[in-house]
Design a protein around this ligand. Structure first.
Ligand code: NAD
Length: 232
């Protein structure tokens, strides 16, 4: 999506990520090297872009280096490094996640001034509030908008563009839980499956996941107080 938005006709700078013989490749900065960030980096590397991945977990960076086979630069995420990366990048992918909390705002509006006009921000973390200050959710019908000359792509349900693939992938992971709920009922299923119990955010109208309750200003009620015998 970022490569598409970088095309001139789609509002971008008009840069081909892979470059051509005699013309250097485009630069991609991926903020957050988890599942999304790794896959974005892998595709960008495949397009022969010059790729940087920033994460703040040393363990994750140790994993990423061999996973990307040295074909991307993996660096520690801090304000200085983010500023340097976005000022050089043609495309920035926001892929950070802090479990159970809103995404941290890694790029402020002021920092857009460091970027090259027509460069592109893809905020994948938009479903958790977005990791760029200027992000707001968009849809596939109108996926991009511009702020201070920077193209923003902030579709909150990116997998919805490829439902044949994404629905099958999601169902592979979720169907066992659906079957457990169908067999044993909701209370029975959470009683007998700790993983499912840990995934319950709301039950009987109560917020049963502490960070979500805190972030949304609701009281937190432990699941075990709603379902007798639920794992604590
Ligand atoms: N828009 C969409 O359609 C869509 C689709 C899939 C995922 N998402 C969202 O994308 C985000 C990433 O998902 P994921 O599965 O890759 O999560 P993940 O937990 O696998 O990875 C998140 C990474 O962010 C890193 N991180 C946290 N704070 C950071 C910081 N300040 N600087 C740099 N890195 C930091 C973590 O160390 C971790 O490696 C989530 O918010 C998820 O909900 C959105």
């Amino acid at each position: 999506m970022g490569a598409h938005a970088l095309e001139k006709a789609h509002g971008g700078r008009g840069v081909l990520l892979g470059g051509v013989a005699g013309v250097p490749p485009g630069k991609v900065a991926v903020l957050g090297g988890g599942i999304v960030g790794y896959n974005a980096a892998l595709i960008a590397v495949g397009m022969q872009a010059d790729v940087w991945v920033l994460d703040r977990s040393i363990d994750r960076m140790r994993e990423l280096d061999p996973m990307l086979d040295g074909r991307a630069t993996v660096a520690m995420s801090n304000t200085l490094q983010v500023e340097e990366a976005i000022s050089e990048a043609d495309l920035v992918i926001g892929a950070v996640l802090v479990h159970g909390a809103r995404a941290p705002k890694l790029v402020t509006r002021e920092m857009l001034g460091l970027m090259k006009p027509g460069s592109v921000l893809v905020d994948v973390a938009i479903d958790q509030g977005g990791c760029f200050e200027t992000s707001r959710p968009t849809t596939h019908l109108e996926p991009t908008y511009e702020v201070d000359g920077i193209v923003h792509y902030c579709v909150a349900n990116m997998p919805g563009a490829v439902p044949m693939t994404s629905t099958r992938a999601l169902t592979n992971a979720t169907l066992p839980y659906v079957e457990a709920i169908a067999d044993r009922g909701l209370a029975g299923a959470v009683r007998s499956d700790r993983a499912l119990a840990r995934g319950v955010n709301v039950m009987a109208g109560r917020v049963t996941y502490e960070p979500v309750a805190r972030d949304l200003g609701h009281p937190y009620i432990p699941l075990s107080e709603i379902v007798d015998g639920a794992p604590v």
